[in-house]
Write a protein that binds this ligand. Structure first.
Ligand code: 8YV
Length: 326
């Protein structure tokens, strides 16, 4: 008998076809959004689940789904997993690193440029029929080339953004991270390590790429925003909750910083109403990894993790491999 799995959200049909070769698959191609009680119900008798960042795997869910052996997230971030509870319950978690690095770095850089050069704000002005003449300072933004790019969180995606800035745009790239990179990696991405305070004070464009954790909650709030340059822009492609969105809306209104670009939000898909009414912010709906080849590679890797583990006993990108060796 084939193992039974749940694919919790709509996914590329070819990935479902691949999964169906190995598993008895329950799919959700209508992309219904289930409550945790509904997810628990759908998971009864399932050994594996294909999740996205939107499905929370909690201790309660694990306790109610004793057959579950693996949760394969189609995301590099896994803050929707209670990984400690999964390890304690003997459930493997997997994510999708590497396949989205360059695509996400492209987007982070694009969002930084759109924010600095006021692309969304000026486009709205044009669409509203307000453009009736050229003016010397109309939507004058901040310089990108030659300016200082700050990166908070220097993992694979942060390094990709650093390379783009240093070698593509002649930017002075500084970063802060929990641990400093080795000299060769710093040189390969053209970045210098600074304290968090220096990063806040010196960046013309500050891009956040750190993973979410309770320690990272509101790492950028009113106090940090007050340390930034009034001409600076802030970009968050990491996770909602890393920035205090209410404090950011106030900072944007008051001119504490010049502009922001946000792809992730606290409590998304809800967006803080004050962010919707300030003009100097570019807002996108969590699409940093969204190209078809990359999303397909992510879905395929999540599927390979399910097949690798449930069929061959070895996942490709496990998060808590100690579960398997235990
Ligand atoms: C996903 C992401 O699209 O990989 C991540 O961590 O944030 C995005 O690439 C999103 O989490 C849906 O799974």
């Amino acid at each position: 008998m084939k193992p039974r799995i749940l694919v919790a959200r709509a996914v590329f049909p070819q990935v479902l076809t691949l999964l169906a070769q190995h598993f008895d698959v329950t799919a959700n191609q209508d992309d219904a959004l289930w409550s945790s009680a509904e997810l628990i119900q759908q998971l009864q008798g399932k050994q594996g689940v294909f999740t996205t960042g939107s499905e929370r795997i909690s201790q309660e869910l694990l306790a109610a789904c004793p057959d579950l052996k693996i949760c394969a997230n189609m995301a590099v971030g896994f803050n929707n997993f209670d990984l400690d509870a999964m390890t304690a319950a003997g459930v493997l978690g997997t994510n999708t690193p590497d396949v989205l690095t360059e695509t996400t770095a492209d987007f982070g850089f694009a969002l930084m440029m759109a924010t600095a050069r006021r692309m969304a704000e000026s486009e709205h002005f044009l669409r509203a029929g307000l453009w009736n003449r050229w003016r010397y300072d109309m939507f004058a933004g901040a310089e990108v080339h030659g300016s200082t790019l700050g990166i908070l969180g220097m993992g694979r995606i942060g390094q990709g953004i650093a390379r783009r800035g240093a070698f593509g745009f002649g930017m002075n790239v500084i970063y802060h991270n929990r641990s400093r990179l080795d000299a060769a990696t710093e040189a390969a991405c053209g970045a210098s390590y600074v304290s968090k305070q220096d990063l806040l004070q010196r960046s013309d464009h500050l891009v956040l790429v750190l993973p979410y954790s309770p320690e990272a909650h509101h790492v950028i709030g009113a106090t940090e925003l007050a340390q930034m340059k009034p001409t600076a822009s802030l970009v968050n492609i990491a996770r909602g909750g890393i920035v205090d969105d209410a404090a950011l809306a106030i900072a944007l209104k008051q001119g504490t910083i010049a502009a922001a670009g946000l792809d992730v939000f606290e409590g998304e898909p809800k967006v803080h109403p004050d962010l919707l009414s300030v003009p100097n912010v570019v807002l996108t709906p969590h699409i940093a990894s969204a190209t078809i080849p990359t999303r397909l590679a992510m879905a395929q890797l999540a599927a390979d993790n399910l097949i690798g583990f449930l069929v061959h006993g070895k996942a490709v990108t496990p998060l808590n491999p100690q579960v398997v060796s235990a």
